[in-house]
Structures are given as structure tokens and as C-alpha cells.
Design a protein around this ligand. Sequence first.
Ligand code: G16
Length: 543
Amino acid sequence: MSEHTVSTQPIEGQRPGTSGLRAKVKTFQQPNYLENFVQAVFDSIGDISGQTLVLGGDGRFYNREAIQTILKMAAANGFAKVLVGQGGILSTPAASCVIRKYQAFGGLILSASHNPAGPDEDFGIKYNIGNGGPAPENVTEAIYARTLNITAYQILDCADINLDEKGKFSMGDMQVEVIDAVADYAALMQELFDFDAIRSLFTQDFSFAFDAMHAVTGPYAKVIFEGLLKAPHGTVMNGEPKDDFAGGHPDPNLTYAHELVDILYGEDAPDFGAASDGDGDRNMILGNHFFVTPSDSLAVMAANATLIPAYKKGIAGVARSMPTSGAADRVADVLGIDCFETPTGWKFFGNLMDAGKVTLCGEESFGTGSDHVREKDGLWAVLFWLNILAVRQESVEGVLADHWVTYGRNFYSRHDYEGVDSAAATQVLQNVRDQFDSLKGQTLAGRVVQMCDDFAYTDPIDGSVSENQGVRVLFEDGSRIIFRLSGTGTSGATIRIYLESYEPDTAKHGLDAQEALADMIDAANHISKLPELTGRDKPTVIT
Ligand code: G16
């Protein structure tokens, strides 16, 4: 067993995006691509000698090979110990949980989230810091800067570890401990929620379908829902993780989770349906013939938090990403707590949670979570909803109808245009920017434009500034149209248009969101010239 220093050269394009470095598997398989990035991480995060690293991924194609390489590099770079999930598996929230529980220095999570997997699809890697959360921008920028001047990486020349066997192994001077991927996470969930109440719900006339979408949450969901909570066998659909996600696109939304959606909107539909994504941090919540927008889900959680054991004393505050609807703000207002508006990206919530300023966080991109870990957490959100339903003994639709009576309804939708030519996408946003001055005071979609800007955020804890986080058109009545380019895609550009309008009138709450927002959608197309520039007459995905 010997330690090698291998010469290398910088590789272009290794700047982490919204959530780490994502690229095609074939790109990651290029000589030194993975190694350069991992060495850049190890060179940028401080003194790692004698420290513990957590390592795991969503099980997608290339996960196992990448883990073996990273273990050998961790050993050569001086880590004392690596905790790795059995089979190389750790869902993103489970990795966050393990980093925190064992006070590790940080963790490397291998995932491209909901992006398809397989030899011709996507792979990804991100570094999480010691609080369990995604590295903040100053760290990811330091990693990127290092990728630009890297000249060598360190690696141990040794045999692979058997990732399928739990136990402690040696790799040079470093210890590798292969841990149960589910146990620590399942234990944490039992501390937070009333498992007795949820178990009793399953003995009643209540049916539930959970779609793991052939991705990482299958084993977690089977242990928690069918094992600990005694939901009927078969509650978990598509629960066998596959390295290509069975050819699917495990993004829990109305388009890609259509198998579950068809069941919840079919005959004899279950009372409750939920899905999670590739790496287990996103969630979609459905009732019988009913869809809960992620923005509303966050608001309902905030309003009902005291029904849950972990939050029974109340929540410190909430935070939402800027494009997420203002539904949670209304709840925060009534509760007399702060509501923070951050840029898109879970990494922006970490400081607020560490400072004790927020307990619950959420994003329109099907992410909700709390300060129990520092990632969004799909199964946590499902358990939160099950606990609410167990206590309130109402349907999902009933809970929402009641919520809207109290707080009004923020009609909300996101339109995604995927795989658009990058120059055209940039121009769509620029067209709106060019009208910032002239739009102000104009009437669009029957509403008066109050102001337009490029969203910028100053972190209230460390004062760091993040600019150009989305183009906003804000109306006097609180309605909003927001344009953003996705930071998680790997081919072409994805334009996201976020549309929101507030409706206090209960008589109008039953409207379909696309109907309620139709004039806003027309206005967005008109001011951006999106149809003309992209040649698209409809979005790829509507949520
Ligand atoms: C990631 C981030 C989220 C973000 C989402 C969408 O989620 O963690 O904070 O909201 O991407 O980002 P974008 O609009 O830039 O594509 P995930 O689940 O992909 O890791």
C-alpha cells in the first residue's frame, strides 16, 4: 500500500452550482475530473488531518466507483476516519444527520438529485460542512478557485473496500466504518414525531401511497413506514433503488411522478400520497384528487407545528427562498415570528438555523425541512404531514381549505422551459431587465407594477452578499412574476418563471391555479418575449 502524488492539470467548468458540481457521468469519468474536484475540496476546507469525513450517495450509476476513489484520496490526504453508508448509500438528509450526530468535519454527498441516472445521464458531488449543511458560497468559491490552479492530487494505492459489509476496515492509517445507512436517520425521526399517533392512523380507515421512484428513499421508507409505523405492506411503491432509477426522472412533481399522480387522481384514490426524489431531500404531498403546492405545504407546517412533539413549544421563525410564495409570511405574521427571504439554494438557510433564528425552511422546488438537520428532508416532510393528519383527523384538502379561510390563498405556479439554448435564455431575462424603468407604474394583467429588480441578498448573520438571484416584477397588490435560470441543469439552460397572486376571497379559492394565474402567464410571456426567443409555446413542466 503506497501513497501517490499524481500530476494533473486544471479542468474547466468545475464551479459548483445551486447544489454542488453536477455533470454528465461521461464527464466525471474523464481522467482526473473527479480526482481534481475532490482534491480541490480537501485543499480548501481547512486542516483535515485526524478528522472524520462522512461519505455516501444516492446509489446512482458511478456511485460505487466514485466512493472507492474518494476513500483512497481521503486516506492519502490525512483523514483519520470515513463513515460510509452501507452499499455506498446515504440519502442527502441522512448524510446531514450522520455528520451532525458523529460531529464529523464534513461530508461528501454523491448525487445529482432528481436528474436522471445511468451511463449517459448525470452525476454530482457536493461538500457539506460540519453543521451538516451544504457548503456556503465562500467555501464553494474557494473550491472552484482551487480547481483552476491544481497541479497534483494524493491517492493511496490499495484494494477497494467491501461497501456491502457493515464494520470497520483499515485503509492505510485511515479507518473506514461502513454504517447502516438508515438506522441513525430513522432514530432521529422517532425523536421528532408522534409515531404512536401515526401508527394509530394506519389502523383507521386511512390509506397511503408513497412513491420512492426507484431512488434512494426506498429502504428508508420501508423501514419507517412499513416497519416502524406498520403501514400495510405495499404502501411503498418503486422501493428498490436502481442505479439508473429504472430509466425514470425521480423529481417528485405532477409531471415526473405521474405514476403516483394517476393513483391519487384515479378511482378509489388513497387519502394521502407522497413521493421523494433521487437523493431523498425533496417531497411532493398529495391528497385524494388534491395537490399541495410546496409553498402551501411550508405554510401549513408553520401553522400546525405545535401539533408535532418536536415543535410543540413553537417555532423560532421561518425562511423561504425568494421565488417561494408568500403563504408562509402570512402565517409568520399571525404567529408574530420572523420570516426570512433567501436566494434559491438550501445553503442559504444554514446560517439562520445555526443562529437559532428559524426552525422551518422551505422552497417552491419541493423542499421543506427544519433545524433537525441542515438539508431539506423528504421523508421528514411526509412524516410531518402524517402527524398533522393523525392529530387533526381531517383530509388533506380539508386542512388546506381551512388554512386558506384563515390566511387567504396565494395562487402559485412555476413554469419551466428545459433544455433551452443558453443565449436565448439569457436574453429572455435581459429583455425584462431592459424594461425595469418603463414597467414601473404600468398596468399588466390588471395590476400595477410597483417595482422591478435583480434580487440580491445580504446574509443577516455573516453579512455576505449574493447578487443576481432572480429578476423580479413586483405588483402593488403583492402579486409577483419572477424569472430565473436554473443552477442545477447539465445541458442547455432551464428558464423558470414563478407566478404568484394573492386571493383573500374564499369564494374564489376553489379555482384552478393555472386559471387564476392565466393573465399573469400572458404578461410574463409578453414582457420577456420568451415564445419568440425560444420557439416554445408551452412549458416543459408546470408545477
Ligand atoms: C437544489 C437546491 C435547492 C434548489 C433546487 C432548484 O435542489 O438544493 O435549494 O431550490 O436545487 O434549483 P434551481 O432552480 O437552481 O435548479 P436539489 O434537490 O436539486 O439538490
